[in-house]
Ligand binder design. Structure first.
Ligand SMILES: [Zn+2]
Ligand SMILES: [Zn+2]
Length: 382
């Protein structure tokens, strides 16, 4: 062992901050806590943390082993110096990473979550559909310029079959670089390795080591029935490919609905304005109206229907998203005054008008209004 300053070496129990009679579980707990705290991944470039990390590992390596612990309890550090009873057990730091990886992997879900390769970028795309398509749901074929995994290297970024890489020279494997900016120490993703901490030894000639290439991708977007204008659909992992081992980004599709010629939509309800001839409105009857699902519906118009009156057709609206319910369709009638009368029409209407003057009940709103006008003049214009 080449360790110097042995005399000043801290007691293993003190290093882990546990009592001398600590149970195996307590040792493990204390070790994990400290190992997490001083792990080089979390303290890039911090020599003191690295030294503590080694101490913690050394202490735990001895104390977790019943035999070594017994030797340590009897002889102290001397147990492992110069061929002492426990010598040869702990190799002064070699293989530490392996031990640590095994332990760390258990409770961190693998190492390097805080660094590691950058995820691929998200993509935004937009589609425009008809109201009828929004009603029924549809599939839209999208072509998006994106980055996909490089076919030449299978996304590894490496020219050789095995992906061999070196520790990044810029960040020394940390994946992050620090720069002093005024009073602040700014930490950002390493520009050389993109945060992975490694650089490819033999970069692929096609993608220059990026692992991804620019392509136009064609993909299908399923648009659910009942979708609202302005909805954003997220397609997980359909964004740009990341570098080697990185997760792809997501694709966000913005859905706009083209205005319809005859239907207006309000949530699950549909509105349709239907013109009515004056005589149809007066006599009543039936009109045929189109529905958003492509069918036809008949609406009964009662005699004496006024302009602006609404009729509801239940269940003829939009389907409500994630339910079997459907909204309603509202038919709003607009009574149309005839223009360019034929001579016969004119005669009939003049005759009609003569008849109407003597029949106050036939036009209650007019009658009410003119009664108020008469009152107004009788009161001297008040
Ligand atoms: Zn490649
Ligand atoms: Zn780097």
């Amino acid at each position: 062992m080449s360790r110097v300053g042995v005399m000043a070496k801290q007691d293993y129990y003190a290093t882990l901050g546990v009592a001398r009679d600590a149970k195996a579980d307590d040792l493990k707990k204390a070790y994990r806590k400290l190992a997490m705290k001083f792990h080089p991944d979390r303290n890039p470039g911090d020599a003191q943390a690295e030294a503590r990390f080694k101490e913690v590992n050394e202490a735990y390596d001895v104390l977790k082993d019943d035999q070594k612990r017994a030797a340590y309890d009897r002889f102290g550090h001397a147990a492992f110096e110069n061929g002492g009873p426990g010598a040869g057990g702990f190799a002064g730091g070699a293989g530490l990473g392996d031990i640590f990886d095994q332990m760390f992997g258990e409770f961190m879900g693998g190492r390097g979550r805080s660094r590691g390769p950058r995820a691929g970028a998200d993509i935004r795309a937009a589609v425009e559909i008809d109201l009828a398509e929004a009603f029924a749901g549809t599939k839209v074929q999208l072509r998006v310029p994106t980055r996909v995994a490089c076919e030449a290297c299978n996304g590894t970024g490496s020219e050789t079959k095995e992906r061999s890489s070196d520790t990044c020279g810029t960040c020394h494997g940390a994946g992050k670089v620090r720069a002093q900016q005024g009073f602040f120490l700014i930490e950002r993703t390493c520009p050389t390795c993109g945060g992975s901490g490694r650089v490819i030894r033999n970069p692929c000639r096609i993608c220059a080591g990026a692992g991804t290439v620019q392509r136009e991708r064609s993909l299908q977007v399923a648009i659910p029935a009942g979708i609202e204008d302005g909805t954003r659909i997220r397609m997980a992992a359909e964004g740009e490919a990341g570098g080697p081992n990185a997760v792809p980004g997501d694709l966000y599709v913005h859905v706009a609905i083209r205005p319809h010629q005859i239907f207006q939509r309000d949530g699950a309800n549909i509105f349709c304005r239907v013109p009515l001839r004056m005589t149809q409105a007066a006599l009543g009857g039936e009109v045929e109206v189109p529905a958003i699902d492509g069918s036809k519906a008949r609406v009964k118009i009662p005699p004496g229907t006024q302009s602006g009156e609404q009729f509801r057709l239940r269940g003829k609206g939009f389907s409500v998203l994630r339910s079997a319910q459907r909204g309603d369709m509202f038919i709003q009638v607009a009574v149309e005054t005839p223009q360019q009368l034929t001579r016969r029409q004119r005669e009939l209407l003049e005759e009609f008008e003569a008849e109407a003057r003597g029949h106050a009940k036939g036009s209650p709103e007019s009658e009410g209004f003119f009664a108020k006008v008469r009152e107004f003049f009788e009161n001297g214009g008040r």
